[in-house]
Design a protein around this ligand. Structure first.
Ligand code: UVW
Length: 337
């Protein structure tokens, strides 16, 4: 049984809500965090969502944003003909290079640390050197909670639950600007779940649509720059009460089409605006809970399929790239109905 927030054991020097040690087994430090909730029973029950035999991709193209925010590198795609190579044949290879945060992604538990303690999930201390792993040299010093471990447990297979906030906001005539720090509250999420007729279950992956990726799709690089340039973006309210609600729902992971899942800039308890380093849910989810965050997922086709079928839960499958030391990765996520 996973403890609720109020019953989490105290971790010396860390704030309430720190789940370090909760998933450790046989004296071994855990690297999976809340993915541990995906037991064979939970996965088998997620398969009961498979009724219609149709699947929807949740992956935005890599390179959908020509110039990603925070000076991150966008996609470089190089196509090479075989003709002038030792293969001397008609055909092609290609090479890709990109920052794993530039489009749809999972944030691993190493992506963002608890800032005060400078620690990642389960208290790990990391460095560029420790994270730069190579084949045969994986985890030489410590087990770091990077995404390649997901392959050792068969990727992610879970029940996905979709919260179509954009549809709800449009229907309610609510003004909501994805390119400002507009907030999606727990009350919104609960109201939408009720309207859509879905109940949350332990081990669910909750997926929230704000309209963020859609507004950047099919527009010029200049327009994308204008929309994102202020680094003010929408998201789930970043505060302790919201973090507590997410922990107590016992989700295996969270995802959305927002750039940071939570709004930017973060708000301090006194109401003033904080720096990006003060992101609240990033610190709770990734560093303290061990709950992976999915961002910039493409959720338009999912919205259409859920509306057509009249159901908002499905089987979700996802595997990140198997890069030793991988900190972020395209999710390769599918919703299967
Ligand atoms: C930061 O890294 C600040 O945010 P994100 O994970 O949303 O890209």
């Amino acid at each position: 049984k996973v403890p609720d927030w109020d019953d989490l054991p105290e971790v010396k020097g860390m704030p309430k809500g720190c789940a370090w040690g909760v998933f450790d087994k046989d004296g071994k430090k855990d690297v999976y965090g809340t993915l541990n909730l995906l037991t064979p029973e939970i996965i088998k029950s997620a398969y009961s969502e498979l009724k219609d035999g149709v699947s929807v991709s949740l992956n935005w193209p890599i390179g959908a944003i020509e110039t990603p925010g925070f000076s991150r590198k966008g996609l470089v795609h190089k196509v090479m003909s075989f003709v002038d190579t030792p293969l001397a044949a008609h055909g092609y290879d290609d090479e890709i290079e990109f920052n794993t945060q530039c489009s749809s992604q999972w944030d691993s538990l190493c992506h963002f640390h608890h800032q005060e303690s400078k620690s990642g999930y389960n208290g790990v201390q990391t460095s560029v050197e420790a994270l730069t792993q190579t084949y045969g040299n994986e985890d030489k010093d410590q087990k770091l909670p990077t995404l390649n471990h997901w392959h050792k447990r068969g990727g992610l297979v879970a029940r996905g639950v979709f919260i179509d906030f954009k549809l709800y906001a449009d229907e309610e005539g609510r003004s909501f600007n994805p390119y400002n720090d507009d907030k999606i509250t727990v009350q919104d999420i609960e109201a939408i779940a009720k309207k859509q007729g879905v109940e949350f279950k332990k081990g669910d992956v909750i997926i929230i649509r704000s309209g963020f990726t859609e507004g950047l799709t099919g527009v010029s690089a200049q327009k994308q720059g204008e929309l994102m340039g202020s680094h003010r973006t929408c998201g789930v309210t970043g505060d302790e009460a919201t973090a507590k609600w997410f922990w107590n729902k016992h989700f295996a992971a969270v995802a959305g089409d927002m750039i940071a899942f939570e709004h930017i800039p973060p708000k301090r308890p006194d109401g003033s605006e904080g720096q990006v380093s003060e992101l609240v849910l990033h610190q709770y989810f990734l560093a303290l809970f061990g709950m992976p965050i999915g961002e910039l997922w493409d959720l338009k086709a999912l919205s259409e399929k859920c509306k057509e079928l009249g159901r908002y839960s499905f089987l979700l499958t996802s595997v990140p790239l198997n890069v030793p030391g991988g900190i972020g990765s395209p999710p390769n996520a599918l919703a299967v109905f």
